[in-house]
Design a protein around this ligand. Structure first.
Ligand SMILES: [Fe+2]
Ligand SMILES: [Fe+2]
Length: 291
């Protein structure tokens, strides 16, 4: 091995913590700005310490038919909790960058990242560019009527988790997540909170009956709301919450900002058993008794 390019590694970002994950729409329109983000650790966290960190990331674009890439943006991540004392310092730059770009033709977005211990990593994602925004086919409009909801409730009943979601957004990286969730009694959602300021969560009950439980940090239930169809709750980020299904074939609609980010340890309630824990059914039953 004697060339730098022979050292560049690539892997699926969902399985390898070094592989950059690129987030961009599948299709853009010529001349209209699109936001392209690239990050490390979207699925599996990478260390961020003075000794081991992602030092920089670059974003490139290879237009269809071209031989050479164009650099779109470059970011240096320069704070990794360094300090003079041996204690962790007060600042960390996360390895995440965003660039707003206008493209006039399709091609491949490419990201390259450098880990100070594990070298160079790359990944790529195709993007199509249409000349002008087309008239979309009204046949693509989806209607969630009784048949759709019945089928989703049936899937929830036969699922081991006793719930089933149907996403309207096309992918985890979409900026606005919209989904239906069908629940059957006995399904247990571990109390949790969403810490990202963008991730307030709005739920509208469509069918059935549901109990909303809100907790303080010690695990005391400090507020409950019984929801009937047509009622909505808006849960600000940071509020510990869970929902208890009180009737068969309960369905709610949920909207929350994307992209999908796996739950961090600080977001799962330490005062509540995990899903599948032997203590979960009793914990759930105690919540259900409140309604
Ligand atoms: Fe590394
Ligand atoms: Fe939630």
């Amino acid at each position: 091995m004697s060339e730098l390019n022979e050292t560049i590694q690539s892997a699926d970002w969902k399985a390898e913590k070094h592989a950059p994950s690129i987030s961009a729409p599948e299709e853009a329109f010529a001349g209209r700005p699109v936001t392209v983000t690239a990050s490390i650790g979207a699925a599996l966290a990478h260390p961020n310490t003075p000794q081991h960190h992602i030092a920089w990331m670059s974003l490139y674009f290879l237009p269809d038919g071209a031989k050479l890439p164009i650099q779109l943006a470059h970011a240096e991540f320069t704070a990794h909790a360094e300090s003079m004392t041996g204690e962790p310092g007060p600042a960390l730059t996360q390895p995440r960058m965003a660039a707003e770009v206008q493209l006039s033709k399709g091609g491949t977005l490419m990201a390259m990242a450098y880990c100070n211990l594990h070298g160079l990593w790359q990944s790529s994602k195709a993007i199509r560019v249409a000349a002008a925004a087309p008239d979309a086919d009204p046949a693509s409009v989806r209607v969630a009527g009784p048949e759709f909801l019945d089928a989703l409730c049936g899937e929830a009943a036969s699922s081991p988790r006793l719930r089933k979601n149907a996403n309207l957004h096309a992918g985890n990286d979409y900026p606005c997540h919209r989904l239906f969730n069908a629940l059957q009694p006995g399904t247990y959602v571990r109390p949790h909170r969403h810490l990202e300021p963008s991730k307030d969560e709005t739920l509208l009950l469509v069918r059935g009956s549901m109990g909303a439980c809100f907790f303080d940090g010690a695990g005391n239930v400090v507020r409950t709301e019984k929801l009937s169809p047509g009622m909505a709750v808006d849960v600000p980020h940071g509020v510990w919450h869970t929902f208890v299904c009180l009737e068969p074939d309960t369905v709610f609609f949920e909207a929350k900002a994307g992209p999908y980010v796996p739950m961090t340890p600080e977001e799962a309630a330490p005062f509540a058993p995990p899903e599948n824990d032997p203590a979960a059914p009793d914990f759930l039953a105690a919540l259900a008794k409140r309604f």
